[in-house]
Design a protein around this ligand. Structure first.
Ligand SMILES: [Zn+2]
Length: 291
C-alpha cells in the first residue's frame, strides 16, 4: 500500500441510528495530492484523525444533503480546520445543496452560533500564543471559506479531478439530495448519497469504477415496512450497480439490521444474484486503495 495511491477512506458508514461500530456518513477521497471530504456526519473530524488524516489536509467538502447524519460534524470540522491552520493551507471550498450557505453562516459567520469561540481564539493572548507556537502569525485571520449552494451539473474541477452532481430521490421537497461523481485521470467514483430508486442514477454512474451506495436494510424488510421509497435496500443497490455497470460496489450507510452477525453475508449473497461485480461491505475507519 502506497500513500501516493488514490484511496477512499470510509470515516462514517452508518445512519442516524447509532450502532457500536457505525454512526453517520463521511468519506475522504484522496486523489493525487488532493483530499476531498464527502459528507461530514457525526465525529467525522475525530474519525479522520484516527485514519491518520488531518483536518487541514482537506481541500474541499461536498455535502450530499442536510440530514444530521451527513452534516452534524460541520461546526467541529470547520472550526478545527481553521484552528489548526497556520495560513499555508488552501482556502477550504464547501459545496452542497441549499441551505449550505445559510447553515454555515449561522454556524461560524460573524454572528454565528460559534462566533464567540473563534473571536476568543483570535483575540485572547493565550490563544494567540498557541497559534504562534503552531507556526501561525499575528494578527490571527478570522475563518475564511468559499461556500457555494449548488444544483445539478459540474460542481468543481481542476486538472486532477472533476466533480459532477445529479439530483436523487430522498425526502423532497423538504430536502434536496445530490449524488456526486468524481472523475480523475485514473478512474471514477460515484457517491449516491441517500436515495431510493432513481432513473437518473444508472446513466449518471455509467461505467464508473467504484459505486458507493447507501444501503439501509434487506430489501424484503424495506419493501414490507414502507421504508423503501427514498432509501436504498440491498437489491436496489444491486440494481444500481448492475445497471450502471460499476466495477465495484461499496455498501455503506447500513442500518442496525445489517450490522448483526450473519446479516451482511446474507446481504452480499442476495446482491450477488443481481450484480456480478466486486462487492465490499464498508466498515468505518478503513482505507481502500482505488483503481
Ligand atoms: Zn438522509
Amino acid at each position: 500500500m502506497s500513500v501516493r495511491e488514490d484511496a477512499l477512506y470510509i470515516l462514517g458508514s452508518g445512519t442516524p441510528t447509532p450502532a457500536k461500530t457505525r454512526f453517520g456518513t463521511a468519506y475522504v477521497l484522496k486523489t493525487g495530492d488532493d483530499y476531498l471530504l464527502i459528507d461530514c456526519g457525526p465525529a467525522a473530524t475525530y474519525k479522520m484523525v484516527k485514519c491518520d488524516l488531518w483536518p487541514t489536509q482537506i481541500d474541499a467538502l461536498f455535502l450530499t444533503h442536510h440530514h444530521f447524519d451527513h452534516n452534524a460534524d460541520l461546526p467541529c470540522f470547520l472550526l478545527c480546520r481553521w484552528d489548526q491552520s497556520t495560513g499555508d493551507e488552501n482556502t477550504l471550498q464547501v459545496f452542497g445543496p441549499p441551505p449550505t450557505e445559510r447553515m454555515i453562516e449561522k454556524l461560524i459567520g460573524e454572528e454565528g452560533a460559534y462566533c464567540d469561540d473563534w473571536k476568543a481564539r483570535v483575540g485572547a493572548p493565550v490563544s494567540q500564543s498557541v497559534h504562534k507556537n503552531r507556526g501561525g502569525s499575528l494578527p490571527r485571520p478570522v475563518p475564511n471559506l468559499d461556500v457555494r449552494d449548488i444544483d445539478e451539473g459540474t460542481v468543481a474541477e481542476n486538472r486532477h479531478w472533476k466533480v459532477t452532481a445529479a439530483s436523487m430521490h430522498h425526502v423532497e421537497p423538504w430536502l434536496k439530495s445530490l449524488a456526486y461523481r468524481i472523475d480523475t485521470p485514473k478512474g471514477s467514483i460515484v457517491f449516491t448519497g441517500d436515495t431510493g430508486p432513481c432513473k437518473q442514477l444508472p446513466g449518471f454512474a455509467l461505467d464508473t469504477d467504484v459505486l458507493v451506495v447507501n444501503c439501509w436494510n434487506h430489501q424484503h424488510i424495506m419493501d414490507n415496512d414502507g421504508e423503501a421509497p427514498g432509501q436504498t435496500g440491498t437489491l436496489d443497490a444491486a440494481r444500481f450497480a448492475a445497471e450502471s455497470k460499476a466495477s465495484t460496489l461499496i455498501l455503506t450507510h447500513t442500518g442496525p439490521d445489517l450490522c448483526v452477525p450473519g446479516s451482511s453475508e446474507k446481504a452480499i449473497a442476495d446482491i450477488s444474484g443481481v450484480y456480478s461485480g466486486k462487492i465490499i461491505f464498508g466498515t468505518e475507519e478503513t482505507r481502500l486503495d482505488l483503481w
